[in-house]
Design a protein around this ligand. Sequence first.
Ligand code: SF4
Length: 379
Amino acid sequence: MFRLSQFMREVLNPTPIKPTRKPAAPVVIWNLIRRCNLTCKHCYTTSADIDFPNELSTETIFEVMDDLKDFKVPVLILSGGEPLLHPDIFKISQRAKDKGFYVALSSNGTLITQDNIQQIADINYQYVGVSLDGIGATHDAFRQKKGSFDASIKGIQLCREHGIKAGIRYTLTQDNVQDFPAMLQLMDHENIDKFYLSHLNYGGRGNKNRKTDAFFTMTRDVMDTLFEQCLQWEKDGVPREIVTGNNDADAVYFLHWVAKNYPHRYEHIQAKLEQWGGNASGVNVANIDNLGHVHPDTFWWQHSLGSVKDRPFSEIWPDTSDDLMAGLKQSPRPLKGRCHSCDFQKICNGNTRVRAQQVYADAWAEDPGCYLTESEITV
Ligand code: SF4
């Protein structure tokens, strides 16, 4: 995850470069349940409004939670499906809070209502993220449910009214890009704390047409707008966080923006970005699915590292007998193609490996979703 606002602050008000502190354990995104009341077109869990068999029992969830705490996992992002459909979501959330985790809820927002907002507020989640795919009809079409946009907005408003930090997660596609400017306006209109732009795991057409590929051109335009919006909010002192995910090349693209607009900050931002270090799948990010399988991140559901039903997470995670985990944890990673020769590898860390796997059937091939031109990956 690329925390754009943080780096924009570094452009405007640089802070000293301190020694890097490696997190003791990863952030865990935990898909507690696969059931969902919506059937979104781009859902990575292909959820449905039915009960899925063999999901982790609440008792097992508690045992896993104890292991995660002992392993020093700092953050739990409780997700789904729709986590609010889990019959014990508040019991699980409360226990996670009591154990001292930073606890976030990742929801579609439609089930946050007057009936449960007090319970949600009582948990005192550090953050509630609501996924939105556009404004009004655009969102409803993606979610395949009329009225879901209004319901999600109501959910966000209820969170804000109850003092809960809330944000939007927006997955960019060619079918909703027209709503992107309005999404940024919505941030101001509803006074929303955080905007998470999630890139689709789009592989493009290999290494050709990076300049003309419509998807890449769209991505570049969106990133340009996002940088300008972020700068404006920072200059105006408006407390909004912008982060992006699933394309660590964003950080390199940002460095080029800095070179153009704040050339005197180039070296400082480069050093800060290198400290951050780019893609963290399999290192600082982990995923546990509804059945208990552990994955290097949420997009690797086809690759299980083992199940917490059989082995504790604390044993599964450091185990590098799995080739994918060994490669992800290697530094530098065993990258090939343009990612191997890229001069900004220290910043991006080879980006999203699952795209390479999908397009080239090789997890270490260059990331086909990198939208940077040859000159932008060469010093
Ligand atoms: S070429 Fe690879 S390592 Fe370089 S910016 Fe693009 S995705 Fe990242």
